[in-house]
Design a binder for this molecule. Sequence first.
Ligand code: PBG
Length: 320
Amino acid sequence: MFRPRRLRKNETVRRMVRETTLRPADFIYPLFVVEGKGVRKEISSMPGCFQESIDEAVKNARDAWSLGVPSVLLFGIPEHKDEVGSAAYDENGIIQRAVRELKNALPELYVITDVCLCEYTSHGHCGVVRDGDVLNDATVELLVKESLSHARAGADMVAPSDMMDGRVGAIRDALDEEGFTGVPVMSYAAKYASAFYGPFREAAESTPQFGDRRSYQMDPPNRREALREVALDIEEGADIVMVKPALAYLDIISDVRAAFDVPVAAYNVSGEYSLIKAAGKLGWVDEERVMMESLVAIKRAGADLILTYFAKDAAKALNR
Ligand code: PBG
């Protein structure tokens, strides 16, 4: 008779038959970069996460690197915002300078930039707004400029998170034309209009001033549509496709993994992080165990890479 408990008897045998394991190299660590020097301001809804000036971000990235986390994802919070997010594609903008300094200090660190306009526009939408709607093609042109400026600054990879149609192809073509054929695109391919982004919008100061993002981000009840979105991004040249959020969308991660053979990333978003932090603080759950169980679930569902604010905490736990 098959007795499943035989292989659960002790930690040694459990370790031997374990199907999924996490490594620090699975994680990409998001950073929020602000102007100034010596700035390290904790984000109230994301304990343990900070808005940091470039010098502090370098220290934080060095910490992550020394724990075995190979990569950071950069979000910039500019001093000045305007209607068309000019600071996003300024060659001397906050991200462009952060990339240069990070690569200078830590040449091996893999620096990924988030490509979007919402942190840079006065209205907080991810593109150019006319008559209350986000214009697609005019926005794509600006995203192309933004991606090029990141690549020129030395970004290892760009990650468009705006959800405009056709942006991956346009960014790929422009990168190739300028000789950046070796810079991959990780597309936020199946990105849902999720309430789990709440704390991020405090962190990135990017809450839309009117309306919401439902005319460009995906409708949460849709599953099949995610495969069409991902197929389109791969056709346009995406090297890595991302599902976002992660925990409430494990079925999508699993579907994407099964249908395509490119690397799949999943974004364990701010709200997912904050819920665990809050319940942990209250003593309602064991924070570390819930964190590790959540991360392994994302990997078990099929993610090769996990973007997570837990990157350092999880790497510490794995290194123990
Ligand atoms: C920018 C962007 C968002 C996130 C990543 N890139 C916010 C949004 O779409 O509103 C969310 C990340 C998180 O919640 O951790 N478009």
